[in-house]
Structure formats: structure tokens, C-alpha cells
Design a protein around this ligand. Structure first.
Ligand code: ADP
Ligand code: MG
Length: 226
């Protein structure tokens, strides 16, 4: 538990730092990307240069994406209103958004939801939380396997589980989750879970990972019921 508090503090400081520098970095990036996009279209540009321009633009795009994710987290709290959020609504929104993403690799999202679970939180942040968790589950899943999402009441709490039969993780990998930039994906940012841990902590929730390599992963998020 103490480690969780330490982790939360660390994330808070990181978020504040990021907010300060992110604005300063994003603008020049956008300018440079704009110029590169413009020059890439020059008909006199030879093929090799054109490819290099595309690479540069891609890299800048990734950098922008990292900053945008950071900024979403570092936004001041007063801009995020808290009210009674229906978890069923959140999950329906999220799965609708991610269904097409799952289709790319024939991963269905299988929903099982107990109605009437309300949490004191911000709707957009809860969406962001579950988009990240379900997206990770899909990305870990082999072709054609389902991702199971369940929502149920448990002793004054709502428990939301995201289960996949994907590649799984070692205990060491599980222990690293939530560390900024920790990612084992070639195109990953390693910021998704950091944002998730932050949102869960903010609304007095808990998050727990159970995983076995080669078998799959279950992540359980619990929030106090309203
Ligand atoms: P990203 O998805 O950009 O890599 P995240 O913070 O969302 O960053 O996740 C960090 C890392 O945690 C991932 O790169 C992956 O290695 C691991 N991970 C997260 N969820 C799962 C899962 N369901 N199954 C296997 N590995 C996972
Ligand atoms: Mg992710």
C-alpha cells in the first residue's frame, strides 16, 4: 500500500513537470512537421529523400502523440467535473469505440454488465481509463481470441474486469506497469497505464493485475459505489 502512495506521488510530480514543458515542445514540433509535410510534396524531391521525409514526419507524429497523452493527464482538476457516472454507459461507449479496433485482428469484445453501478467520477476520464485497458488487452491478444469485460457489484464496490487470453506477462513485467515510458511495444508510448493508475487513484479506486505468460491477463479495477 505504501508503494502505491509513493507511486501516486511520483506520478503527480511527473505530470506537473510534463505540463510545464509539453506546451513549449509541442508548438515547435508542429511547425517543423508542417514544413516537412510541405517539402515532402515537392515534385523535384527524389525517392530516397521522400522516404526520409516520411520517416521524420512519422517520428514527429509519435512525439506529438506522447505529449498529447501527457497533457490529457496533467490538465487541472477543476476542468474535470465529478458527478455520478453510470459504468454501463461508460463501457458501452468504450466498446463501441474499440470494436472496430478489435476487428483488425478478429478480437471480439465480450461484455457482461450488471446494471445500476454508479461511481463518483468524471465520465471522460473513466472512458480514457477503460479505453487504455481494453486496448492493451486487444494488443496482447492473438488473432481470433475474445477480450472479456465484466462489471459487477461487490461489497459496496463495483469491480470491472478486463480479461484476455493473450501473451501475458512475467511477475517482473507486472511490477513495472505504470512506470512512465515502460513499454514492450515497438510503437508504444508506455504512458497509457501511467494515466490509468493516476485516474484510478484520483477516484479512490484500486487496480490489480494478474497475469501468466503465454496464458493471459486479467486486470481488475474497483471503485466505491456511489
Ligand atoms: P503501451 O501500450 O503504449 O506500450 P501502456 O502503459 O498501455 O503502454 O502499457 C505498458 C506495457 O504493459 C505494454 O507495453 C505491455 O508490455 C504491458 N501490458 C499492458 N497490458 C497488457 C496485457 N493485457 N497483456 C500483456 N501485456 C500488457
Ligand atoms: Mg497501451
Amino acid at each position: 500500500y505504501f508503494e502505491q502512495i509513493q507511486q501516486a506521488e511520483r506520478l503527480k510530480t511527473t505530470g506537473q513537470m510534463a505540463a510545464a514543458v509539453a506546451h513549449e515542445i509541442r508548438n515547435p514540433l508542429t511547425v517543423v512537421k508542417g514544413f516537412l509535410q510541405y517539402y515532402k510534396e515537392d515534385p523535384d524531391l527524389n525517392g530516397n529523400f521522400k522516404r526520409n521525409f516520411s520517416l521524420m514526419i512519422d517520428e514527429l507524429h509519435t512525439a506529438e502523440h506522447v505529449i498529447t497523452q501527457f497533457l490529457a493527464m496533467a490538465k487541472p482538476d477543476q476542468e474535470k467535473l465529478t458527478n455520478s457516472v453510470d459504468i454501463e454507459m461508460v463501457m458501452r461507449d468504450v466498446t463501441e469505440l474499440l470494436n472496430t479496433y478489435g476487428l483488425l485482428n478478429d478480437n471480439n469484445i465480450d461484455l457482461s454488465i450488471e446494471a445500476g453501478c454508479y461511481v463518483n467520477a468524471n465520465h471522460i476520464e473513466l472512458k480514457q481509463l477503460f479505453i487504455n485497458l481494453i486496448k492493451n488487452a486487444i494488443e496482447a491478444s492473438p488473432y481470433g481470441t475474445a477480450v472479456y469485460v465484466t462489471v459487477e457489484e461487490e461489497k459496496g464496490h463495483v469491480a470491472i474486469r478486463v480479461m484476455d487470453n493473450g501473451k501475458g506477462m512475467t511477475q517482473e513485467e507486472v511490477n513495472s506497469l505504470g512506470t512512465p515510458f515502460y513499454s514492450l511495444k515497438s510503437k508504444g508510448t508506455g504512458l497509457g497505464l501511467m494515466i490509468c493508475y493516476n485516474i484510478v487513484g484520483k477516484y479512490n479506486g484500486t487496480i490489480k493485475y494478474e497475469s501468466q505468460q503465454g496464458i493471459g491477463t486479467t486486470v481488475t479495477v474497483r471503485f466505491p459505489l456511489k
